[in-house]
Design a protein around this ligand. Sequence first.
Ligand code: GLV
Ligand code: MN
Ligand code: MN
Length: 425
Amino acid sequence: MSTPTDQQFLDDFATMSTFGATAGGGVDRQAGTAADGEQRRWLAGLLEARGFTVRYDRIGNQWGLLDLVPGAPYVVVGSHMDSQPTAGRYDGAYGVLAAAHAAFRLAEEWRTSEDAAPALNLAVVNWFNEEGSRFKPSMMGSSVYTGKMTAEAALAVTDLQGVSVAEALAALGCVDDWDGPEAASCAEIHIEQGRSMERDGVQIGLVHSNWAVNKYEFVVRGEQSHTGSTAIEDRRDALLGASMLVLLAREIADAFPGQVHTSVGQMEIYPNSPVVVASRVRLLLDLRSADEAVLAKADAMLHERIAAIPAAASVELDVHTGHSWPVTPYQPEGVELAAKVAADLGLEYKPVMTLAGHDSTNMKDLVPTVMLFVPSVDGISHNELEFTKDEDVLAGLAVLTEVVRRLAKGELARDTVAAEAAAAH
Ligand code: GLV
Ligand code: MN
Ligand code: MN
């Protein structure tokens, strides 16, 4: 087989975007749905045609393994192919396909040139349920792989219809009794989902750390009654209380201009019927900042201000803190390695923080991890209009290929970093 060209990458990207395609030019491929399963089968075919062995682990992460060095651990490279509802074509899926094509390019090179032989094996990964839209929390597959969540807890999570992760994965035939391969290092490429790279005219973002996040679940409890006949002073309107939370999120963002990002993203209203005052609303709010001290102040403001809602709306309010993660750095050696690659390829690059969560934010806590961004036109994301120019998509693929080549030689591998650290003492 010959080395896949840039045009083959773009053609595969177009084919990939047909799975779960929406009329508005985006995709709807939530985790564990039929569209997710079809796409996984398509990716498996692509990997197998190039000699990779496809396996699933116990939480449905899809692995394409290239075993060249018996017994050696793996460079793990990939992202996620699941999407939000009516989402864009690039978020996650670009990173999985770029990982596959980078691996195909390197596999061809290793097959045809003996002195290029790698020191590590290579694993392309399509993480299960990064988005957390159908099943919470987000980054589920990489959380289980990195030991941050048990497989049992993840498999027991249900969607709004009561279908469990275990049932959804079994229906797709995408789960196995296996923990996944042993990682030595990791790389992921993703669209920026913000405007900063486009504004600064750079093609490659080197992610050096992530914003901190607190995700909260609120349950507002009122009493069901008639929207027409019930006297206003008698109403215990759960949706009124929930709406106060929506507005409060914006007030908190306005109190820390540019430093805090927050919104309510999901609301379940019961009974959600005309002419009925809602008795119960469950809603999810996330609060993010690059500065943990600011996040703590925003969290304090949230807790102080919600105390007034029960009396103001005659409701009861429960708060649960769900998923959260601190500001954490990616290994500086990985940022340096990626900077060298971008410079060698003559590309403009800059260090960036990621505001969104990524599977690599889990992986970097396990093994040295390189995270790369390419620009997003107008910063649009989680939207069907999400777009990245072909030239940027291809520049990212070139950088990822070089990064993976160096990782496969053993640069940054967990043991190498440990050995260097020990030698320095
Ligand atoms: C996950 O992708 C998040 O940013 O919450
Ligand atoms: Mn993503
Ligand atoms: Mn996303």
